[in-house]
Design a protein around this ligand. Structure first.
Ligand SMILES: C[S@@+](CC[C@H](N)C(=O)[O-])C[C@H]1O[C@@H](n2cnc3c(N)ncnc32)[C@H](O)[C@@H]1O
Length: 279
């Protein structure tokens, strides 16, 4: 009997480490996906853990972080130049500071998009905890991570990600933009900046704009609109009173994640999060 071997898809992994990355929750996310859907949307893409796991064809990804979106566009459109540029980097504190501090000078504006993307990956791999944090002037200010052998160029993964992104619409936009893009039976996964569990655990430096309570209300309104259009959505957030109240019309499932969002690692431990679904 002839055995037909189907070519397995090349696996893709997130290109950058991102605060709020969803790897600890992956099993739960996969278990709770809709059984079927048309187009996949992820409007708070960050490191894109679920997107790179699912490898949707003809997907849509967006984020408000311009540098991050530039990175995904360069991986899609200019992968070999990016790999060449990444190979130029050195791992030392002096070199790290030289690259990090480029955005404090005129030189930054003269960088090509590829050089900006290369700097972004380099800083993500070599800075402390892979954090992305900018000051009020938009200057990257995370210290050197002192890792022995950080992997800066993962050529195979970058090429596989590039193939996947060629079939993906990429936008630098607010999450609400998806309302003009989605159609009935599409699926949206929302992973917004979480409502803080308490004041001291808040981490709101993803972008210069922050994501406050009004934005959480605006996001719920977008979910209501999707629901009325027949679009499926799943949303993750913290297990707080506000989130339980905002989404009380939907299915809310408690899940456990081990998280570390404090720079000193003290915030590590199992905490409850919620997955909200309208299907
Ligand atoms: C929790 S992170 C997403 C983490 C991602 N799921 C992962 O696996 O790495 C939230 C993202 O929302 C983005 N963001 C903040 N405000 C936004 C807005 N108004 N519209 C779209 N994206 C926004 C941030 O830049 C950040 O990348």
């Amino acid at each position: 009997m002839a055995v037909v071997l189907e070519k397995l898809k090349d696996k893709t992994y997130p290109i950058v480490k991102w605060v709020g990355g969803k790897r600890q929750l992956m099993f739960e996310l996969l278990q709770n996906l809709p059984k079927s859907y048309n187009r996949y949307f992820e409007p708070f893409i960050g490191g894109g853990a679920l997107f790179f796991e699912l490898q949707p064809q003809n997907g849509y990804i967006s984020d408000m972080n311009e540098e991050l979106i530039n990175l995904y566009m360069v991986v899609r459109d200019n992968i070999y130049d990016l790999i060449d540029d990444l190979n130029k980097h050195e791992v030392s504190k002096e070199y790290f500071l030289k690259i990090r501090n480029l955005d404090r000078t005129e030189k930054y504006n003269a960088l090509s998009n590829t050089e900006k993307a290369s700097r972004f990956i380099y800083l993500n791999r070599t800075c402390f905890n892979g954090l992305y944090r900018v000051n009020s002037q938009g200057q990257f200010n995370v210290p050197f991570g002192n890792y022995k052998n950080p992997r800066i160029v993962d050529t195979e993964n970058l090429i596989n990600c590039s193939k996947l992104l060629k079939n993906t619409e990429i936008c630098c936009a607010d999450f609400s933009k998806i309302l003009s893009k989605v159609k009935k039976d599409d699926f949206v996964y929302f992973d917004p900046p979480y409502v803080p569990l308490n004041e001291t655990s808040s981490f709101t430096s993803y972008t210069r704009d922050g994501f406050d309570i009004d934005m959480q209300f605006k996001l719920r309104d977008v979910c209501d609109e999707l629901d009325s259009m027949g679009v499926k959505f799943m949303l993750s957030n913290s297990d707080t009173k506000l989130i339980n109240e905002l989404y009380s019309n939907y299915e809310i499932k408690k899940v456990f994640a081990s998280r570390a969002i404090n720079a000193n690692g003290k915030g590590r431990g199992k905490i409850t999060e919620v997955l909200v679904r309208n299907y």
